[in-house]
Design a binder for this molecule. Structure first.
Ligand code: AMP
Length: 500
């Protein structure tokens, strides 16, 4: 994608980050240099951790890794050290790319890995022959990247996605929403989230301009909106939580980024009042609800909002992308086609991830034989989401069948928080629930540790968004007949949310 866009228009701006920008020719050159420097020093088809802030250097690192025949995984510098170490142990990466600035921190975090510095890699000579030989050996079912997500066992799961899945998805995605070379995409998502895959590869495929919005702008809405206006953004592929951040501050009343013509949102249900604000300020823009988990490469369904339709009772997640079959399964594994019947959402197609990296058991639980196909091996992914068809035959999201939630844009399995909490000395038993009405994580525990101490320990070991904002010590919790925690009854007893 990068090379094609470079061939078509080498002088066009490919990526911009504050006051720095690179043309397609420069981005391609730096990526090739990085790939040439890494070639022979990292094993083909091996994972490489990229430990740095999101930005142009991370992009060059990704493409350099790909040129070297390996695959990348973004290590977000915001995550606590313990989380990064556990990601590295899942990945078993013997190579890490970082910046000059983060070099000693990277050495401390990954003492057994070889650490490369991007500023040095970018200075290497391009070895066209070496890169061409590597290219011949790579096939499209090889992994392109690994994105980590919360895992109920307490260890994050690394979702491995192949080149082929991204090629398949991005081609349709850019075509359906007419993303072209004149577009300017504002990248909101951190690079360890697959929302950013749509920004990066749509821009590269279309030869468009990718504008990276620095992370810190999301805590300064005025600066954020000025940045969108100044950069004449046309496409926003954003998480619902990020769009709501602007509307919650009534940021659009301050200034409206008038050049924006497409807003595609995903990750959770878009609250109606926030949607209305965006629609009122940008009445001519195209609004799209995108749905899907990372395991099926970004999204599997979409719904283009109609200006005339009333969405106050919810926005459907819509219809499948081409070359993807989104199946609603009944409890006895039959395909549901009737309207108004709830079922489990499963997905079939090229866009399915390869599985959870080095986790065969977890992979086998969710990537299963298609129960509708008795003739040959065919994998479907069980999303754990529930859905039903509305009166128009479009799919509507109806919550989860497990304890996975979305909080501040993050996908969290509540059991992961409980595992981490119960591993702390002085915690006997604990429970974490999500109070949907108040949008609040609540933690309850029995034990001897004092609340404040517990919070301090949790903050040191878990990502900030996983530490419950409300924690209470309780005297008892209710167990089921099998000795498991009865989440619902316990929540009723101690006053948690309804979604326990
Ligand atoms: P992630 O893998 O982080 O993208 O999270 C995927 C999960 O987020 C899905 O399985 C759903 O539970 C939820 N989700 C994603 N998109 C939507 C949407 N448009 N509406 C409602 N829930 C969504």
């Amino acid at each position: 994608m990068l090379e094609n866009s470079n061939k078509r228009d080498p002088q066009k701006i490919a990526v911009r980050e504050e006051n720095i920008s690179l043309t397609y020719s420069e981005l391609n050159e730096l990526s090739k240099r990085t790939g040439s420097a890494l070639a022979g020093r990292i094993a083909p088809q091996s994972p490489v951790g990229v430990y740095m802030e999101k930005g142009i250097s991370a992009l060059v690192s990704f493409f350099g890794v790909v040129y070297a025949g390996a695959f990348y995984s973004m290590f977000n510098t915001e995550l606590p050290d313990e989380r990064l170490r556990s990601m590295r142990s899942v990945l078993d990466a013997s190579s890490i790319i970082t910046t000059q600035k983060l070099y000693s921190k990277a050495q401390e975090l990954f003492p057994e890995a070889e650490i490369f510095i991007i500023e040095e890699l970018e200075c290497a000579e391009v070895s066209e022959d070496v890169l061409a030989a590597i290219r011949r050996s790579v096939i499209d079912t090889d992994p392109l990247y690994i994105n980590f997500t919360s895992g109920s066992t307490g260890i994050p799961k690394g979702i491995a996605v192949s080149h082929r899945s991204v090629i398949d998805f991005i081609g349709f995605f850019t075509e359906i929403f007419s993303i072209g070379k004149d577009d300017v995409l504002a990248n909101q998502a951190p690079f360890d989230f697959d929302v950013s895959v749509k920004d990066i590869y749509s821009a590269m495929y279309a030869g468009a301009e990718l504008v990276i919005v620095p992370r810190e702008y999301f805590s300064a809405p005025v600066k954020l909106i000025d940045y969108l206006c100044d950069n004449k953004i046309t496409v926003m592929i954003w998480a619902v939580s990020a769009l709501c951040l602007i509307s919650a501050f009534h940021g659009l009343d301050y200034k409206t980024p008038e050049t924006v013509s497409k807003i595609l949102f995903s990750g959770e249900v878009m609250p109606y009042k926030h949607l209305r604000q965006w629609q009122q300020h940008l009445p001519d823009a195209l609004f799209v609800n995108l749905y899907g988990p990372t395991e099926i490469t970004c999204n599997c369904t979409y719904h283009i909002l109609s200006r005339e339709r009333d969405y106050s009772s919810g926005i459907p997640v819509g219809i499948p992308f081409p070359n993807e079959d989104v199946i609603l399964l009944s409890a006895d594994n039959e395909r549901i086609t009737e309207k108004g019947v709830k079922g489990s959402i499963a997905v079939r197609g090229t866009a399915l991830a390869l599985g959870y990296y080095r986790e065969p058991q977890k992979t086998a639980e969710s990537f299963v034989q298609n129960p509708l196909n008795k003739c040959y091996p065919e994998t479907i992914y069980l999303t754990g989401d529930l859905g039903e068809y509305d009166e128009n035959g479009e799919l509507v999201f109806r919550g989860r069948s497990d304890n996975q939630i979305k909080y501040m844009g993050h996908r969290i399995e509540l059991e992961e928080i409980e595992r981490a909490m119960s591993a702390i000395g002085g915690v006997e038993r604990c429970m974490c629930i999500f109070d949907e009405a108040k949008q609040r994580l609540k933690g309850f525990y029995m034990g001897t540790i004092e609340k404040n101490e517990l919070i301090t320990v949790m903050r040191g070991t878990m990502p900030a968004f996983m530490v419950p904002g409300f924690i209470r010590k309780v005297d008892q919790m209710i167990l089921t007949k099998n000795g498991k925690l009865d989440r619902k009854k316990t929540a009723e007893l101690i006053g948690g949310g309804k979604n326990a």
